[in-house]
Design a protein around this ligand. Structure first.
Ligand code: NAP
Ligand code: ZN
Length: 352
């Protein structure tokens, strides 16, 4: 079926109104009517060619909430009318060790991204959530908890970014065993960062935010941080040396991570989530002396995504969102690049 969408024709053209074709339902597919679509910084990296690819025209979007309006004959878990979400993944091999361990995000054959991925059956390029409808295998749908399931509510719009920003930050925090007594640092108070603060605080950690400046300090403290620190201040790391169990780095631009490594305590971990394109330099001695590690983390598996959104519903955690009509997407992209959004844009899919 042809559906309305917003599409970029190339890495230097704006997103404009267009149409794309969604596949006929396969036996385990569901057809969703999309209600809300979040704007992740990864959409911007992809559309702007920061991560080179040839898959234009491109409809991005991997934070999606909507309602099922049709199901394939073999669908077991969902039915018409269910409110569901889609995050960054729409398929994986299902049989490798990663998939069997519920880590489809690390599928050994490569998981299929919600957009800019290759469909495992017909080889077409997947297209994302900036559109009115999408087709997805039932195994990759997330059940939206009741607290967020009134699709016309602010809660539903504000829960939408959890499908990427939520799982991407929940996963490394949970995997590190964060709980009461943990000391957690969050670098970058953007879309990912402001959700990470809430999740880490709800897990029981003492949270410190490291941001360019102090303009978002009141929000950081309100969302659960104990300390809010400006990285622009010389020597900002000194009072925190050797203290953190986990630091989550969400910064999207090139930056020096060594001050953050110095703030890690014994066996502390710096988890890189942001994807600046330049390589970073780390002296081995900074890691070896205290058994510290630097690791990366990519979103999370489907089961952990369900656990994340259930946790967020239970703890009343959502993103702080600015809802926009589709015609403002290009302006919104520039505002995300300029760090001028508090804290996530969500597109009203009725305007595609
Ligand atoms: P965002 O909303 O733009 O937030 C990024 C934050 O980084 C900004 O709010 C800002 O925080 C800080 N920042 C931006 N430019 C900076 C600069 N020049 N120097 C220092 N700090 C700067 O982006 P997002 O959607 O949260 O995504 C963050 C990054 O994570 C992106 O690179 C995205 O592609 C990546 N990502 C990764 C995954 C994964 O699975 N690993 C998933 C989703 C997104 P302050 O103003 O507080 O300093
Ligand atoms: Zn994302």
């Amino acid at each position: 079926m042809d559906v309305a969408c917003y599409t970029a024709e190339s890495s230097d053209s704006p997103l404009t109104k267009s149409t794309l074709s969604r596949r006929e339902l396969r036996s385990d597919d569901c057809l969703l009517e999309i209600r809300w679509a979040g704007i992740c910084h990864s959409d911007i990296h992809t559309v702007n060619g920061d991560w080179p690819h040839d898959n234009f025209p491109m409809t991005p979007g991997h934070e999606i909430i909507g309602k099922i309006i049709e199901t394939g004959p073999d669908v077991q878990k969902f039915t018409t009318g269910d409110v569901v979400g889609i995050g960054c993944l729409v398929d994986s091999c299902g049989t490798c060790r990663a998939c069997v361990d519920n880590e489809e995000n690390y599928c050994e054959e490569g998981a299929t991204g919600t957009y800019n991925g290759v469909d495992r059956h017909d080889g077409s390029i997947t297209q994302g959530g900036y559109s009115t409808h999408i087709v997805c295998r039932e195994d990759f749908l997330i059940r939206i908890p009741e607290a967020f399931s009134d699709l016309e509510s602010d809660q539903a719009a504000s829960a939408t970014p959890l499908l990427c920003a939520g799982i991407t930050t929940f996963s490394p925090l949970q995997n590190a065993g964060v709980g009461p007594g943990s000391r957690v640092g969050i670098v970058g108070m953007g879309g990912l960062g402001h959700v990470a603060v809430q999740i880490a605080a709800a897990m029981g950690a003492e949270v410190s935010v490291f941001s360019h400046g102090l303009s978002k300090k009141d929000d950081g403290l309100r969302l659960g941080a104990t300390n809010y620190v400006a990285t622009a201040d010389e020597g900002f790391d000194k009072p925190f040396r050797d203290t953190f169990d986990v630091i989550i780095d969400t910064v999207s631009a090139p930056h020096d991570v060594n001050p953050f490594i110095k703030m890690l305590g014994r066996k502390g971990r710096l988890v890189l989530l942001g994807l600046p394109t330049e390589a970073m330099q780390i002296p081995a001695g900074l890691l070896i002396g205290k058994g510290r590690s630097v690791l990366g983390s990519a979103i999370g598996g489907i089961k952990q995504t369900q656990d994340m959104i259930d946790f967020c519903a239970e703890h009343n955690i959502t993103a702080e969102t600015e809802v926009i009509p589709a015609e403002q997407i290009n302006e919104a992209y520039q505002r995300v690049i300029d760090s001028d959004v508090r804290y996530r844009f969500v597109i009203d899919a009725a305007t595609f």
